[in-house]
Write a protein that binds this ligand. Structure first.
Ligand code: OGA
Ligand code: MN
Length: 282
């Protein structure tokens, strides 16, 4: 392939991929090369693309089976693609503006998430990413010891239960979120996980979804979650992604936290989203 360039961003991680027209989904050796780059850089950004929904789905499929997306109603006729929307005059609480890893309340959360910029405000609406390999490796030794063997309890309930932030009281949201009692379920995951493809350890705790820690009472668990998130989201671990229409970003949920940001009142924002499941192990 001529013209392909994968360049690291200035931040602690992330790379920009140029010289590819994703209207033709990568396959074969190119798909493998991109996966290697994804595992190395954690976030891949593909600027200046022009993709319809089918083409976007084909790009996601190049990185693995498409993941399930509970609590979202997909774009009609496009069962795997969700529109993240916020209207210019919308006043609902911002979507996803707390540190999290996508769908960590599932038994096998999605390996990755792919977003495509459609309607991007002139200011604000950046997505922040935080490197959880770096966060784990830089933990103060006493804190690292304290979390050894601990298991977080993850749940979607704060957001997606009927009583949750996006539940019954959430009126006027343009995004098609479907709250349900399914969100009350809980799922354990160790606070330190091993990346299944690279073998590297990562902190795995979320302000949105880690609602407890096995063996700790609520106060102790919340205090520890806050302490860990404060460390996990320190500036040296964070990369700020600025969107443009036509930008595709693909991130690794197994070693990154992310969160949405606001600052674009009076402007519309829309991105298209798919998740990518773990590759089946054979
Ligand atoms: C997501 C998400 C952040 C954003 O799609 O999972 O967290 O900036 N999005 O929209
Ligand atoms: Mn998310």
């Amino acid at each position: 392939m001529t013209g392909l360039a994968i360049e690291r961003t200035d931040g602690p991680f992330g790379a920009v991929v140029r010289g590819l027209d994703l209207r033709e989904a990568p396959d074969g050796a190119l798909a493998e090369q991109l996966r290697e780059a994804w595992l190395e850089h954690q976030v891949l950004v593909f600027p200046d693309q022009e993709l319809d929904l089918e083409q976007l789905e084909a790009v996601a499929e190049a990185f693995g089976p498409i993941g399930e997306d509970p609590f979202f109603r997909p774009i009609p006729g496009q069962p795997h693609v969700v529109a993240l929307t916020r209207e210019a005059d919308e006043t609902t609480p911002l979507f996803a503006d707390v540190w999290h890893s996508d769908w960590s309340f599932l038994p096998t959360p999605p390996a990755g998430t792919l977003l495509y910029g459609v309607d991007i405000p002139p200011v604000g609406g950046d997505t922040l990413y935080a490197d959880q390999h770096g966060a784990y490796e830089s933990l103060p030794p006493d804190l690292r010891e304290r979390i050894e063997g601990l298991v977080g309890i993850h749940s979607a309930q704060r957001g997606y239960a009927k009583q949750g932030l996006y539940g019954d009281r959430d009126e006027g949201r343009s995004m098609a979120i479907v709250a349900s009692d399914d969100a009350l379920a809980t799922q354990p995951h160790p606070l330190v996980r091993t990346h299944p493809e690279t073998g590297r350890k990562a902190l795995y705790v979320s302000l949105a979804y880690t609602i407890g820690i096995e063996g700790l009472d609520d106060d102790a668990a919340n205090a520890l979650v806050f302490e860990l998130i404060a460390h996990a989201a320190r500036p040296e671990h964070v990369h700020r992604h600025r969107w443009a229409p036509g930008t595709v970003a693909l991130w690794d949920n197994r070693c990154l936290l992310h969160c949405a940001t606001g600052g674009y009142e009076g402007h519309r924002r829309e991105l298209h989203r798919l998740t990518i499941a773990e590759r089946p192990t054979t």
